[in-house]
Design a protein around this ligand. Structure first.
Ligand SMILES: *[C@@H]1O[C@H](CO)[C@@H](O)[C@H](O)[C@H]1NC(C)=O
Ligand SMILES: *[C@@H]1O[C@H](CO)[C@@H](O)[C@H](O)[C@H]1NC(C)=O
Ligand SMILES: *[C@@H]1O[C@H](CO)[C@@H](O)[C@H](O)[C@H]1NC(C)=O
Ligand SMILES: *[C@@H]1O[C@H](CO)[C@@H](O)[C@H](O)[C@H]1NC(C)=O
Ligand SMILES: *[C@@H]1O[C@H](CO)[C@@H](O)[C@H](O)[C@H]1NC(C)=O
Ligand SMILES: *[C@@H]1O[C@H](CO)[C@@H](O)[C@H](O)[C@H]1NC(C)=O
Ligand SMILES: *[C@@H]1O[C@H](CO)[C@@H](O)[C@H](O)[C@H]1NC(C)=O
Ligand SMILES: *[C@@H]1O[C@H](CO)[C@@H](O)[C@H](O)[C@H]1NC(C)=O
Ligand SMILES: *[C@@H]1O[C@H](CO)[C@@H](O)[C@H](O)[C@H]1NC(C)=O
Ligand SMILES: *[C@@H]1O[C@H](CO)[C@@H](O)[C@H](O)[C@H]1NC(C)=O
Ligand SMILES: *[C@@H]1O[C@H](CO)[C@@H](O)[C@H](O)[C@H]1NC(C)=O
Ligand SMILES: *[C@@H]1O[C@H](CO)[C@@H](O)[C@H](O)[C@H]1NC(C)=O
Length: 668
């Protein structure tokens, strides 16, 4: 009797235990991820389960309030400041593809969906914003981007006998598949499947550039080694729909072969697994804003260290290298190549001199022609970009006119920022570094350093930071800067500021002239001696460099890859200026706008979630067509295809020097 009662109690206790400890790893997918990872003991072949990642992400229920607040912050930021909001309603020009939309209306309509999970809502928001194909505009909930998904093989596309096909670029698990043709993926024609995937990417308004991004290319890494950068079709950052991909191959001798490859799922930062044990931990640590926890950013160098294959450069010799560029001399002995893979240097002023050293070396070697390879370059500092244009075209004005949108809240931002700036007319000499007079170069370096520090503005909304390109005078007050310029774009009357360029001609002004040729060296190369080569993935400040050279200086352009018989842009997303949400709030806080009670309904509030968000603050205009003085074309929306096209083959896809030789022939 007694023992039966005891058993009964034990049974009850066990039931209660089951009910109150739902975090047992048997039914908590996030916990399973953590356990599996810990048990893998650093096995390099270990993969997390696709199904566990999906179940972990889908374990967080939709919270309508959180969703509403997220959308509200996005809407207030975009309605107040996103410069392309109206124009994004206009259908794309021929050559471009994106979903024209009323973004505010679309964001609102997400809230009327009956979501079950937070994941679904956040990914719909992510995808909606990506549909505009403006890479300066982006939103992502970071906790759904913590893993990498790798096929351990990669793809590329060649045109052979006038036919475009997909091939295997590299295969880490089975070397026998390399260079086999991929006829089908998941049972459908491979190009179709890759196009469908590539068109979900926000990378460019040009579908051909998106296709290039989905496929593998080679790039020069920080050591100057030529390595593969895997196409995103086989190397993803968000959870793929299926746990595996099926390939149908046609190899040498027409042997065909079908196989299925699982995604290898690994954490972007392994130490994330020290930061959670359960779904609740995962949500609190990675999904919500939590000032007490800093989530470490990904350790790319660590990943790279794992036996990166180095490809050979057979037709060129590297003669100089800076932190963001390489200089080569081709085997024809008369063509130099300038490879610029970023416009964002660790030391701005140092880079000004380093890049000159590279060009000086080419000139001193008797180089007559230049191939400017700006592939896979997503930009950086517009000032550094302009410096490069100045260097090759001294005395030119590399600026394109820009403006910002004028709304109730941005108007107030201009007034408050400019009012504060008026109080600070003096130059803060404490920012000027000590003078070093030992050589001409050191004087120029000093001048550049001093100018760079002194001219850096505090706020993007300060009218004193800009000048009027029509009068060449800086703006004297906010009213003059705001002006009275209404345009109808996307059927919506919209106000824009007076057109402007940066007051210090993108900060350095005469100092840039000083260090870029007027003081040291003027090169012999003329526009007809140069050609710009890109794979379309030359964005932002890189687009500014190449478009300025092409449009203002008539430098030829050639684009590589893309779809056969379809024109391809040589540059993508020239934009104007990107602003990251955190910097944006800091700026508004600095000028006192966040404290203004009358604007409380318009001011965006910080996210409650751990999100990354940025948008385009300024837009740049095309140069005025000499036959139409009223032309108001926004560069971002103008399709500018390259003059020449080249497609990859088995050799040029892996050895850019062979490609450069082909490109150099276009110069003759
Ligand atoms: C990982 O897998 C490869 C084959 O794909 C095998 O050669 C290698 O030995 C494995 N490594 C370990 C540590 O199991
Ligand atoms: C391989 O896949 C293709 C395309 O899905 C299909 O037509 C073919 O029958 C498959 N071959 C084999 C041997 O399964
Ligand atoms: C994944 O599935 C969703 C819904 O079924 C679909 O909208 C989306 O396009 C798919 N993504 C890819 C890359 O196939
Ligand atoms: C996912 O896999 C199924 C079969 O396993 C296939 O029918 C489907 O097309 C795949 N979906 C995608 C988006 O690849
Ligand atoms: C996870 O569990 C381990 C072992 O019980 C513990 O040391 C660690 O503090 C836990 N981590 C978190 C984030 O709760
Ligand atoms: C952060 O830490 C402080 C002090 O330890 C604590 O009072 C606060 O509740 C923590 N906040 C969160 C969100 O965990
Ligand atoms: C990144 O890698 C370096 C070198 O292996 C290591 O010292 C560092 O702790 C790693 N950082 C993170 C966040 O994983
Ligand atoms: C590079 O060239 C060396 C020497 O000719 C050769 O051994 C190596 O396999 C080549 N590397 C690649 C990736 O082709
Ligand atoms: C500086 O430049 C001037 C003019 O080019 C030249 O005459 C002078 O010798 C240079 N001085 C030094 C220290 O290099
Ligand atoms: C001054 O410039 C010379 C030559 O560029 C350099 O070697 C030296 O280190 C500089 N001195 C200081 C104090 O920066
Ligand atoms: C630009 O270059 C093209 C071809 O190289 C040439 O035909 C044209 O005259 C040039 N235009 C100007 C304004 O230099
Ligand atoms: C706050 O904003 C209102 C409306 O734009 C403006 O009239 C007022 O001057 C601002 N207040 C301050 C303290 O800047």
């Amino acid at each position: 009797m007694k023992s039966t009662l005891n058993n009964f109690y034990i049974l009850i206790f066990a039931l209660i235990a089951l009910l109150v400890i739902p975090c047992d790893s048997a039914d908590d997918a996030c916990a399973r991820l953590a356990n599996d990872y810990k048990q893998s003991n650093g096995d390099p072949n270990f993969s997390l389960k696709h199904s566990d990642v999906q179940a972990c992400f889908e374990s967080f229920p939709y919270d309508k309030n959180l969703a509403k607040n997220t959308i509200e912050t996005l809407k207030r930021s975009l309605q107040g400041f996103y410069v392309f909001l109206s124009q994004a309603k206009e259908p794309p020009q021929q050559g471009f593809s994106f979903r024209a939309m009323d973004l505010i209306k679309e964001l609102d309509s997400l809230l009327s969906n009956n979501y079950k999970t937070d994941y679904q809502f956040m990914m719909d928001t992510f995808n909606l914003i990506n549909d505009l194909k403006d890479p300066h505009l982006g939103f992502m909930q970071s906790c759904y981007f913590t893993f990498s998904y790798d096929q351990q093989l990669s793809l590329y596309s060649v045109v052979n006998n006038n036919e475009q096909i997909i091939k295997i670029f590299e295969d880490k698990k089975d070397k026998n598949t390399i260079d086999c043709e991929v006829t089908h993926i998941d049972g459908k024609p491979s190009i179709e499947v890759i196009k469908e995937y590539a068109d979900t990417l926000p990378l460019s308004r040009d579908s051909g550039a998106r296709f290039n991004y989905a496929l593998s290319r080679v790039i020069f890494d920080d050591n100057g080694d030529l390595v593969e950068t895997p196409g995103s079709f086989t190397s993803r950052r968000n959870l793929p729909n299926n746990s595996s991909v099926e390939y149908s191959l046609k190899c040498a001798n027409d042997a065909s072969k079908n196989f299925t490859r699982e995604w290898k799922v690994t954490p972007k930062t392994p130490i994330m697994f020290n930061m959670f044990n359960t779904s609740k931990d995962y949500w609190d640590t990675f999904c919500l804003i939590n000032d007490n926890i800093t989530v470490p950013s990904s350790n790319a160098t660590n990943v790279k260290a794992v036996t990166q294959k180095i490809y050979n450069v057979t037709e060129a010799k590297m003669v100089y290298k800076t932190s963001i560029s390489e200089f080569f001399i081709l085997s024809d002995k008369k063509t130099g190549v300038f490879v610029l893979s970023s416009v964002s240097a660790p030391d701005f002023v140092d880079e000004l001199f380093e890049i000159q050293n590279g060009f000086n070396l080419l000139e001193n070697s008797g180089i007559k022609k230049l191939v400017l390879d700006f592939s896979d370059n997503i930009g950086g500092s517009i000032e550094l970009g302009f410096f490069i244009v100045y260097l090759l075209f001294p005395g030119s004005d590399p600026s394109f006119n820009q403006d910002m949108v004028v709304t109730e809240i941005s108007r107030e931002a201009f007034f408050q920022a400019t009012a504060q700036s008026e109080l600070k007319h003096y130059i803060d000499i404490s920012k000027i570094p000590p003078f070093n007079i030992s050589s001409n170069e050191s004087i120029a370096r000093w001048a550049a350093d001093a100018a760079y520090d002194v001219t850096s503005g505090d706020s993007d909304f300060d009218a004193f930071s800009y000048k009027n390109p029509a009068t060449h005078e800086h703006f004297h007050n906010a009213k003059e800067f705001i002006g009275n310029n209404a345009n109808i774009r996307g059927g919506t009357p919209t106000k824009y500021t007076t057109k402007f360029v940066n007051r210090y001609s993108e900060r350095l002004g005469t100092f840039i002239e000083l260090v870029s040729g007027n003081f040291f060296n003027k090169y012999e190369w003329k526009n007809k001696d140069m050609i710009i080569l890109t794979n379309g993935l030359c964005g932002s400040a890189c687009a500014s460099i190449s478009q300025r050279m092409a449009i203002k200086h008539n430098v030829s352009t050639v684009a590589i890859g893309g779809y056969k018989d379809t024109q391809l842009s040589y540059a993508s997303f020239p934009g104007g200026q990107i602003i990251k949400f955190d910097d944006f709030l800091e700026d508004l806080d600095g000028i006192g706008l966040l404290q203004n009670k009358t604007l409380v309904d318009l001011i965006p509030l910080p996210f409650e979630i751990n999100a990354k968000f940025s948008f385009t603050l300024r837009e740049a205009y095309d140069v005025v067509n000499k036959y139409d003085l009223n032309q108001e074309d926004v560069l971002e929306f103008i399709f500018k295809p390259a003059e020449y096209r080249i497609y990859y083959d088995e050799i040029t896809a892996r050895d850019p020097s062979v490609l450069w030789l082909k490109v150099a022939k276009l110069l003759n």
